[in-house]
Write a protein that binds this ligand. Sequence first.
Ligand code: PMT
Length: 418
Amino acid sequence: MHSEFLLHIAQNLPMLSNKHILLGICGGIAAYKSAELIRLLKKNGADVRVVMSNNATQFITPLTIQALSGNATHIDLLDANSDNGMDHINLARWADIFIIAPATANIIGKMTHGLADDLLSTLYLAATCPVFIAPAMNQAMWNKAIVQNNFANLLQQGVLAIGPEKGSQACGETGFGRMSEPLAICAHIIDHFADHAPLAHKSLLNVKVLISAGPTREAIDPIRYITNRSSGKMGYAIAEAALKAGAEVTLISGPVSLTAPHNCHCIFVESAAQMYEAVLSKTDEHHIYISAAAVADYSPALVNPTKIKKHSDCTTLTLNKTKDILADLTSLASHPFTVGFAAETNNLTAYALDKLKNKNLDMIAANVVGAEIGGFDSDLNALHVYWGDGDVFLPMTHKSILAEQLIELIATQYKSSL
Ligand code: PMT
């Protein structure tokens, strides 16, 4: 993230000031989420204009959209009320980006084949700015070969996709096809402008960053293990942010169901012992180590070779402390600039400062876990980051944005440590 955006964050300023965002809403149940998207874009300072398909007006009223966006809602291709009768040209020229959310199978098909039978589809042909789609449809529709072909074709044409996500759907089915949450879409848009900002600087160019992410699994027997709720989202977002900042990234990941960012070296491990070996074997090749993984503190003393049988009413598991990766790494004569995490349900500051000192860290990022939002397995998080003589609170936001803010802080502290 470049300095203009950091300044906005530091001063709590909107991150989309002066940006012209054209939002297309198609007819799908996810259209209600577009209202929240408009609110978030506006809150971040964007000027939002909205074009709706006729079907979209069955799901959410143009008046609601007008009230939220503060601008007239555009629906008709041939609108006698528009200044020159050419809204498709005027809006396309005005837009810095065009985002279609929700994007139905119908608009994806029309865009692929260059069909322009209403204002929204005509705008796609007239638009010269970057175009994003946030697909939303029933999972069977999404999986249909023709839809997948159309989607792939659009990506080849340079259209950028946000989602869809996997989950339960309004139709009662489960699978891919849910529209990404408005906050995630807004984060992508902010990211887009940050990436394309003039003179965007790469704060970690020529820097090698090692990142651990996700949980570990400690085997009890061949089919059971102890683990925790880490999804890997925070660590993977940090890897993505470090790549964007120009770093060469190695990601050491516990078992997660995420796709690793492109262009990063990945090492997949399962247990705390494997993560220990993987991290320690890579430290001397890296300048910075960021320990976002939720590594087990204890592991079963014995792994039963066969399935443990249900013979008694209660049983005892003896656990041994695992080796502390961070503490062992920082006790090496030469080691990377080291950033730990502290995941706490209570006494966040005290425990985090303890870890900063006892593990001999350069920085620590403290987060509350076990609360309703943020922390483990959430798209959102907040961090209080501490180092020798300073600290910064990064408020609750999408993990992708938070990761960029954290990476900028780390880059600054790392450089001043040289
Ligand atoms: O993965 P997500 O679902 O996105 O959730 C993100 C997160 C909550 C897991 C992440 O933000 C986070 O806080 N990660 C650290 C979790 C943790 O194990 O915290 P801790 O306070 O127990 O450990 C302190 C530090 O020591 C951590 O940096 C940890 O990686 C490290 N550690 C712990 C044990 C061990 N044996 N070796 C270690 O290096």
